[in-house]
Write a new protein. Structure first.
Length: 276
């Protein structure tokens, strides 16, 4: 099993740590390292109690100062789902599964504790928003890990933030509650594909941040990824043309060459947050 874990990590990162002793939970680590995004689901029903259980497990994740600033909205009503799905037609997997989740940051409850006591909320600045957003991200990641353990497939959907105000209106989110990401979930109709990651020499640091040789390391990652998972199409060829060496770095540079979510800061302020 140790060899399997190393093989999975090498496939993911191009190298693996020199682990010599098998730690407890080795099989789980190998499964986590081998996880795949799943965007295609079968028509097998999903037990609502199981979904609620997974949400409870996710909400058991660490929370900044025990503030518990995450809510999950389970969307199964056909009309509600249709409204959300209409906002993200580029994400067909949002409608493919039996349920759609929306993970929300919630700084409202914290503020209400002050209001109920007649006290001023003195930490009304960027950190209030940031804490809730990070908490929601931790819960989302924990949900993914829990769903993997029971054999479900998941795919986070950040595109709902392209229409944050409409999503908030559809879901009835009050002030200081905001959508962080959606989540498609269901029983996989295929096992998914492993996405190679940037090498650990890029994203893992010791004692101090270090980006020496970064350009060459990213180029090496482009080549490694293209060997196992080449891109099937290129973005915005009308603007950038066809690239013979199209890889991850060129894809991401093209993807974010189009303005997106420029109004998100305004939405967050409308929700009552100060971003100073």
């Amino acid at each position: 099993m140790l060899d399997r874990l190393k093989a999975v990590l090498k496939a993911r990162f191009g190298s693996a740590p020199a682990l010599t002793q098998a730690p407890r939970g080795l099989e789980v680590l190998a499964e986590m390292a081998n996880r795949r995004v799943v965007r295609r689901y079968s028509d097998k029903p999903l037990d609502p109690a199981l979904l609620e259980t997974l949400c409870a497990v996710a909400l058991s994740a660490p929370s900044k100062s025990d503030l518990q600033q995450t809510d999950i909205v389970i969307v199964t009503d056909k009309d509600q789902r249709a409204k959300l799905e209409a906002l993200i037609p580029e994400n067909p997997w949002a409608k493919a599964g039996p349920a759609l989740l929306v993970f929300c940051g919630n700084n409202r409850r914290h503020r209400l504790l002050f209001e109920w006591r007649g006290r001023p909320f003195v930490n009304d600045h960027l950190d209030a928003f940031f804490n809730a957003a990070v908490d929601a991200g931790i819960v989302l990641a924990t949900f993914v890990a829990a769903a993997d353990r029971v054999g479900l497939g998941t795919c986070p959907i950040s595109q709902i933030r392209n229409h944050a105000a409409q999503v908030a209106d559809i879901l009835g989110l009050p002030p200081h509650v905001f959508p962080v990401a959606g989540m498609g979930v269901g029983w996989p109709s295929f096992e998914g594909v492993m996405s190679p990651r940037l090498g650990l020499d890029v994203t893992l640091h010791r004692d101090r941040y270090d980006e020496s040789g970064l350009k060459n390391k990213v180029a090496a990652y482009d080549r490694r990824r293209n060997e196992t998972q080449p891109y099937k199409s290129q973005r915005f060829t009308d603007k950038f043309g066809e690239s013979p060496d199209y890889g991850w770095s060129e894809d991401k540079a093209r993807q974010y060459s189009v303005p997106e979510r420029a109004d998100f800061g305004a939405f967050v302020r409308v929700k009552g947050f100060k971003l100073d």
